[in-house]
Ligand binder design. Structure first.
Ligand code: NAD
Length: 320
């Protein structure tokens, strides 16, 4: 069995690697070669959450599980609050293949999903990126978005404005102008909007968003979270990583519960990748990607990390 610890991931897996791995996983899901198993998520008390995201990709030869959770007391211990590890198994025998640090991989695979949606669904002529959120994931989201479109400006809003200068420094590194704005102003200027907050109620409203915008709603990954007004999903062409998750734990949960969005109106992005769905069909259509985060994304980037670690002689082998 191989071990690829967290400390090695930053030097191994690039945003480009994550993008390619997640794209392959989404396409395999759409072809029926890969599927996610039901998510387990349990409250441990005192705000701690723990869960398992797992699946099998027969085309990619991957079977495994990401075990991880949220531990709000970690910051005081000098650790990050999100902790996860990925375990890979041989799909033929069930034998353990690898254990891989999952913290940085989670950020890379989440940003890759959002970037895939921008790459496939946003207009080609976009110039202004709107960021709603400025926490840990936001920097990864911004970097990944900048890889797939030629933005010249970032407009950003965050409930806690003191977090925005950190995101501004990432924009500066990327050579992009950065401005903190109101939500009204953000929607009026942005061609692409990424939402990446842990909000329990809608921040971005339907009236804020212009025709032709692409939204990647990435923060809602649990029942009860919400980033945008349900009417926006009713107005948009809605895409997702996995329809079942979108309806239950994703941004679409609210519009579905209110009867504003039908299951049949939510398209897996894998269908756009395989050519089974055209994606955006007009310049003034609003497209919205509901990125809920599926286990197969985690397995795909972990398998890539293992391949790269083996190729560079960096993986540790242990007898099982
Ligand atoms: P973080 O704690 O570093 O940042 C939280 C962000 O949410 C900050 O911008 C904060 O200002 C904002 N926020 C907090 N409370 C808010 C409220 N009431 N209204 C509006 N904004 C509020 O978290 P993070 O690691 O950046 O993660 C952000 C979100 O993304 C979380 O909900 C996390 O669970 C989710 N996430 C989703 C995926 C996925 O695959 N879809 C993967 C990883 C994380």
């Amino acid at each position: 069995m191989l071990i690829v610890p967290e400390a090695l991931i930053a030097g191994l897996v690039t945003p480009a690697d994550a993008f390619a791995a997640v794209e392959a996983a989404f396409a395999a899901m759409a072809r029926g070669d890969a599927h996610n198993f039901p998510v387990v998520r349990e409250a441990l008390g005192e705000g701690r959450q723990y869960g398992f995201k797992s699946g099998i990709d027969r085309a990619g030869g991957v079977l495994g599980v990401k075990a991880g959770g949220y531990f709000p007391g970690n910051m005081a211990r000098g650790m990050i609050n999100h902790q996860s590890s990925v375990f890979l198994f041989d799909p033929e025998t069930g034998a353990p293949v690898a254990m891989v640090g999952g913290n940085l991989l989670t950020a890379l695979r989440t940003a890759a999903a959002s970037a895939i949606s921008i790459d496939r669904l946003a207009r080609r002529d976009v110039r202004v990126l709107g960021m709603v959120g400025a926490g840990h994931q936001a920097a990864f989201q911004l970097r990944a978005a900048a890889r797939v479109r030629d933005f010249d400006r970032v407009v950003a809003w965050n409930l806690h404005p003191d977090m925005l200068p950190g995101l501004g420094r990432v924009a500066e590194e990327l050579g992009l102008a950065f401005e903190a704005v109101s939500l009204e102003n953000l929607g009026a200027q942005a061609d692409v909007i990424v939402t990446i907050t842990s909000s329990p109620a809608a921040s971005l409203l339907d009236r804020h968003v212009r025709p032709g915008t692409h939204l990647a709603c990435m923060g809602t990954d649990t029942k009860g979270k919400q980033e945008v007004e349900p009417a926006l999903l009713a107005r948009a062409a809605v895409f997702t990583d996995e329809v079942a998750q979108s309806m239950t734990i994703g941004e679409a949960q609210h519009a579905v519960a209110l009867g504003l969005l039908a299951e049949s109106a939510i398209t897996p992005i894998g269908q756009v990748l395989t050519g089974a769905h055209p994606g955006r069909i007009s310049a003034d259509q609003i497209t919205l990607f509901d990125g809920t985060g599926v286990g197969l994304q985690d397995l795909a980037v972990a398998a890539r990390a293992v391949d790269l670690a083996v190729a560079r002689g960096l993986a540790t082998t242990v007898e099982v």
